[in-house]
Design a protein around this ligand. Sequence first.
Ligand code: HEM
Length: 402
Amino acid sequence: ALLGTAGATGLVLGAAGGGVGYALAPEGSGAPTEALSQLGARRAMFHVKHQPGITTPLQAKGHLLAFDLLAGKGRREAANLLRRWSGTAGRLMAGEAVAADGHDTGVALDAGPASLTVTFGFGHSFFSRTGLEKQRPEALAPLPQFSSDHLDAKRGNGDLWVQIGADDALVAFHALRALQKDARGTARVRWQMNGFNRSPGATASPRTARNLMGQLDGTGNPKESDKDFAQRVFVGAGDGPEWMANGSYVVMRRIRMLLDEWEGLGLAEQEKVIGRRKSTGAPLTGGGERTEPELDATDKAGDLVIPLNAHARITRPDQNGGAAMLRRPFSYHDGIDADGVPDAGLLFLCWQADPLRGFVPVQRKLDRGDALSEYIRHEASGLYAVPGGAGKGEYVGQGLLE
Ligand code: HEM
């Protein structure tokens, strides 16, 4: 049984009971989950209208993967894989063992689900591999090339996309291995990326997460309480193929931060690049994180306080014909590369009902003159159709694959 009820975040407190679950309390005692901190006990729901991992609060640990179907594997095998994956994801998100027979690596033993989410998507190539071209949404057309792209095709796109997030690294890894095993004989991993965010509870003043440049990143995001939130982020019935109703499109960009160059800038210069204060996230024209910037304000010399090429000015929906997206990234750090510089940055993930009214126009604009562009490099890219959540007894993508 669950303790507590789902709040606005879609997370509930409590863990699964029943014989196949992890030993959260002495077997059969029916005792509540005293040994788990609130963090471990937090549970996101799998059978929901929109897949988990989109509006779920950022988790501390993330794995992103793409899979390609093996030669000779098509629609039927893909359907079986999505059925297996959905079963595994639903069980693990409830804090249960991978398989009912108890066969499990044990990596997450003793742990609660720790807000685990698993999200599944389909890439452009999936539809030709499975003979489903007629079902391929127009919105999945390949992203245009941008002049600043330095993309590694081997680490981009792919037939199937999986996002794993959890507030515990072992819970996340456990899910990763289970999903990889489910794919054996059907699909192989094309690329994998690992990311992180601040751990919940690490700050006494919870606010928007910081990225590896030190900025509060996510301030301007559409809020679930906004009237047009669902319309911006989720596909409405009648927009494109029926199987995408309640789904969303995710753009993934692996964006390297040129940290040596960035950290060489003084604080005032860094703040001009974004147009916001680093400490509080407030616009340079004053106030707090949530204060509206005064875009026309000038200083004594007559210069705009928030420069014309400031990142937070040119990305605004009102500067882009209303284009908006929900950014939900992970930071990454894969050590030092052959040139001796950190291979670190942002696994930028943005969610929208249509990439042509979200990522594409904004990235076009950034490509033409973003003060931040000197300090970042886009190194990999993917676009995926993420269907709506699976109903009880259903699997993700069933509307497409059956
Ligand atoms: C805003 C950082 C890449 C779109 C911001 C802000 C920061 C930031 C610090 C201001 C606070 C906020 O509203 O979140 C970064 C970094 C990037 C990056 C470090 C790369 C490593 C991108 C890309 C896009 C994008 C590639 C889309 C093409 C936006 C949007 C806003 C924003 C839409 C909010 C604008 C508003 O509504 O006020 N970004 N950004 N960013 N960024 Fe980025």
